[in-house]
Design a protein. Structure first.
Length: 195
């Protein structure tokens, strides 16, 4: 990366594409925080980040366990309206998980799962829920509300039964909203089965 950085320094007016390449390289190197330092310089020069900027920077924060820098990048990413990028969302979750901020990682998962459920993309919501389960993170009642909505959209009886058991086993049936959503889900699944 030293040679690449020397070449980068020789470019009179580097653009965001060149910076993104450098950030990607640094995020995979043994000096990932160099990507963050370089990003500070780029911002001061007036170059505007794009969709491909933040995944590498967040990856650098994750591998360096740089939670505060990651949170600052997340805030800037949100401010610039780039936080819903398909490359940013998983990288954000990974960064918070790697930096041992499980609560924020679950909030990110919930936001994406809820987005999938609300945009009638139940398979994607369920797929992400399975990834959440496979991690060391624990779903919340908000997660379950979106999953129940997705199950109702699919009309899948076996899935509905599995979610019903999951809700009971993990104590989510104590939440009134989850109980109501579960009842609605099961009614819709039964309606689908009768049709």
């Amino acid at each position: 990366m030293d040679h690449a950085h020397q070449l980068f320094d020789q470019i009179l007016q580097p653009d965001i594409v060149v910076f993104n390449s450098m950030a990607c390289g640094y995020s995979r190197s043994n000096a990932p925080l160099q990507a963050i330092l370089l990003f500070s310089d780029i911002l001061c020069s007036g170059i505007v980040p794009d969709d491909y900027t933040f995944p590498s920077l967040l990856k650098a924060c994750a591998s360096s366990k740089a939670l505060q820098e990651g949170k600052q990048l997340h805030g800037l990413d949100t401010k610039l309206g780039l936080d819903h990028n398909i490359y940013v969302c998983p990288t954000l979750i990974n960064m918070y998980t790697e930096c041992n901020d499980a609560n924020t990682a679950v909030v990110c998962y919930n936001a994406i799962i809820t987005g999938y459920a609300r945009s009638s993309r139940p398979n994607e919501a369920l797929s992400l829920f399975r990834k959440l389960q496979a991690s060391d993170l624990k779903p919340t009642d908000v997660t379950l509300l979106s999953i129940l909505s997705s199950c109702a959209l699919l009309g899948a009886l076996d899935l509905g039964r599995w979610i019903h058991e999951y809700v009971k086993i993990h104590g989510f049936d104590k939440y009134a909203k989850v109980k109501t959503a579960l009842e609605i889900c099961m009614q819709r699944v039964e309606t689908w089965m009768m049709a």
